[in-house]
Design a binder for this molecule. Sequence first.
Ligand code: PMP
Length: 372
Amino acid sequence: MEELLASRVRNLNVSGIRKIFNRAASIKDSINLSIGQPDFDVPDPVKEAAIRAIRDGFNRYTMTGGITELQEGIRRQVIDRCGVEPEHLFVTSGVSGGLLLAFMSLVDEGDEVLIPDPFFIVYKVLVEQFGGVPVFYNTYPDFRIREEELESKVTDRTRIIVVNSPQNPTGGCYSEDELKTVAAVASRHRLLVLSDEIYERFTYEGAASSMLRHHPDTVMLSGFTKSMGMPGWRIGYAAGPRAVVEKMETLQQFTFVCAPSPFQKACAETLDVDLDPIIESYRKKRDLVYEGLKDRYRMVKPEGAFYFFIEVPWEGKTGTEFVEAAIKRKLLLVPGGAFSTRDTHFRLSFAASDETLERGIEALNSMAVEGK
Ligand code: PMP
């Protein structure tokens, strides 16, 4: 049957993160710090709103771009956070839905897309699926954007710069100056910026700025899957220049049709739910892990999201080798190679209970002491 597959998917493999996810299922009482989703559940008022919507029969298709109340609520949030009114926005099926529609709308065969290294794997996979060429700009060792590095990767085939802040897998948050640097390079070469801001609510050193504020030719993607503890509900949005974002919406008509109706309704009714206590508890988790590991591991303290990207402490060993050794201690992490052109780090997600984090810290410290 394999010969019937399109060539573009023939070499497509299960992601490195999923592989760990699948293995977790077979390990009893594992210490799972591999998961990229919140450990808290949807706030009660939001759940109630969704149940009410389903009971009230709000189960049909909505308009392609989502219900008006939700669009308007999101518009207010975006203006508030980004300081500009986007020309156009619509509701997507999670940020993943937005990413698919964006790359599908923007990438032609041979187009080059600049992606930060390390990166969220979906960018690379989707660019390749549409015949584009992912070109990585290096942000190691501190995961910052440097103008010279970014500029050196631009060619006459470059179309898009991808930025992701707060970032998966590093927890890094770009400063206003870094965003201005991206805007300067993009303007100089007339490039579009695709800005994945899904972790915007998870910041621990002041609010995260938006690329939209600095570069009008930005398609900004964000959503509620992480911030409201609803990864399974699939509600996100795309905002930016009309010409691009409207075309993405048209493509949605022929693909996702619309984001799930009752969940749109629930989000529209509860957009102002107070998430501060959750963010505060995540700041504490970050500090717990940082304090617990900083004497034995080299890492950059994350300013956002819920990840640490930590250097493998064993001389000459890869992230994959380190993660294999961790699995023997029931500790689940993701090798850096799943997010990068190099395999020198591992990702630790602190979206876990404090008890799990304590067990993880203990296991990691004994690994650092005992060595390979
Ligand atoms: N972007 C980044 C950087 C992510 O980490 C994730 C989820 N892991 C997504 C997008 C996808 O989010 P969603 O669940 O809204 O599709």
